[in-house]
Ligand binder design. Structure first.
Ligand SMILES: [Zn+2]
Length: 236
């Protein structure tokens, strides 16, 4: 299995690791700072640096077959790395931090618009959520102000773990209908934004809402009678 260091510390930008396997898609490491694609958040990009200093570009990361392994997908034509060799796994931190800011901002969006979420995506400095919502009387300016008021509170972003049974007895915790929290390991990770939001999430977040910086609602699109796609972007 790959030890998911991105979950223990999302601010870790690199780690030493051993290549434990290689397949058609890429390289499995024994530990990694790379977030594997999931929950609307893309897999991280970066490089694997060999002991001789050679750099292998990684275009994305994904789960292996059983979600305990993280596969690092190399760019086309990258040199072949041998299982057993040591590397430094280094993130494209600029991209990851943009995604952490947007991801955390989307949690705030789900508070400003307290409706069921049917989908979402996290991009590099922009993102969206789709809401199951009938009324279209949504005002971009008003929602943007509410969002930035939550950012300005600089609330702490904390992690908590609960059991599957505890989640079953609190079904209202799950806002995202399209992404059910992973079950089977017996425990579920909750992300709490102090005094603002609490929901299951396996993604990467900033430490406090102030770090998001100013955001704006850039578009509200009708995607069907009962669906609105709301896009946000970082302002700076
Ligand atoms: Zn999250």
């Amino acid at each position: 299995m790959t030890r998911p260091l991105y979950r223990e510390d999302p601010y870790l930008t690199e780690c030493g690791a051993t290549i434990v396997a290689a397949d058609q898609r890429g390289y499995v490491l024994d530990a990694s700072v790379f977030y594997p694609q999931g929950g609307g958040q893309p897999g991280d990009a970066g490089t694997l640096v060999s002991e001789d200093g050679a750099e292998t570009s990684v275009i994305s990361a994904a789960y292996g077959e059983d979600r305990t392994q993280i596969v690092h997908i190399p760019a086309d034509g990258a040199a072949v790395l041998a299982p057993g060799s040591r590397v430094i796994a280094r993130l494209d931190w600029r991209l990851r931090h943009l995604r952490m800011r947007i991801h955390t901002a989307l949690h705030l969006l789900s508070v400003v618009l307290p409706f069921p979420v049917t989908g979402g995506a996290i991009g590099d400095g922009e993102g969206r959520l789709d809401f199951d919502i009938q009324d279209s009387g949504l005002d971009k300016v008003e929602l943007t102000e509410k969002l930035n008021a939550l950012v300005a509170r600089d609330a702490s972003v904390l992690e908590r773990w609960i059991t599957d049974d505890e989640l079953d007895s609190n079904p209202a915790l799950v806002k995202t209908m399209s992404v059910q929290p992973p079950r089977g390991s017996g425990r579920i990770r909750l992300i709490e934004i102090d005094g603002i939001d609490l929901q299951p999430c396996g993604g990467t977040h900033v430490r406090s809402t102030g770090e998001i910086g100013r955001v704006a609602i850039t578009d509200i699109q009708k995607k069907g009678r009962q669906n609105r796609r709301v896009r946000i972007a970082l302002v700076d």
